[in-house]
Design a binder for this molecule. Structure first.
Ligand SMILES: [Zn+2]
Length: 241
């Protein structure tokens, strides 16, 4: 999801630390109280703040995955991203697991514990492994961050951004989590391959995400699909047609 609130860029002092990642190697450079990590992708810094080293590693892994995937399609991060795992998402209404702030480029995620707790009562996402889902949220939000840096992205409708971020998110999940996520849709007979519509994004984001993923995976050239969406060439239906 995206949000409008500027909540980051503060309370770094106690949690300040760095890990540097070149490619897939992550090394801790901070002191014993370090709660943050920094990734570098060809000069683009990705700052990572999370209470637990295991969370930071998960975030680094997932961020690396999506940065590399988009790079393989010729879509590069152009400026710094900040990722912070928090107990509560600041400035977000309703149930959410993560948030990308378009105005600052900052990303908030629920911590793994809070993510797992929220999943337990989330009827639209039953049976999904919390650790896997946590990483997939990183993929979703980092994808938002990179897509927002692309030329023309600001003019794209929200549905175009969410199509790509959900598709990449679900694509990054384990087969069992994917199966769990797709099962409610499958049980309702809603698994046809089609572009998801805008109203569904508002009404049932989990179903929107599942349909976006299936549509994305059905394309013969996924990089080409991503670039077409970014160029505004894919017109999403407003509602079921
Ligand atoms: Zn999103």
């Amino acid at each position: 999801m995206t949000c409008q609130n500027d909540s980051l860029g503060r309370r770094r002092s106690q949690f300040e630390a760095y890990c540097a990642a070149v490619g897939f190697v992550i090394s801790q450079l901070g002191g014993p109280v370090s709660h943050a990590s920094d990734l570098q992708f060809e000069g683009i810094p990705v700052g990572v703040h999370a209470p637990l080293p295991s969370e930071r590693s998960s975030i680094c892994r997932a961020a690396t995955h999506v940065v590399k995937f988009l790079q393989s399609c010729g879509i590069e991060a152009k400026s710094a991203l900040k990722i912070e795992a928090v107990q509560e998402l600041v400035g977000v209404e309703g149930r959410a697991y993560g948030c990308f702030d378009r105005s600052t480029g900052a990303i908030q995620l629920l911590t793994l514990d809070r993510c797992a707790e929220q999943l337990k009562t989330d009827d639209s996402r039953p049976g999904i492994d919390p650790a896997d889902y946590f990483q997939s949220i990183v993929v979703h939000e980092v994808a938002h961050g990179i897509l927002a840096q692309q030329e023309g992205a600001a003019e794209l409708p929200l549905v175009a951004h969410e199509y790509l971020t959900y598709a990449l998110q679900i694509d990054s999940m384990t087969p069992s989590s994917k199966q769990a996520l797709l099962k409610p849709l499958h049980d309702r007979g809603g698994l046809s391959i089609k572009l998801p519509h805008e109203i569904l994004l508002m009404m049932n984001p989990a179903a929107f995400g599942a349909i976006a993923y299936l549509h994305f995976k059905s394309s013969a050239d996924q990089c080409s699909t991503i670039r077409s969406v970014i160029r505004g060439e894919v017109i999403f239906p407003r509602m079921d047609e």
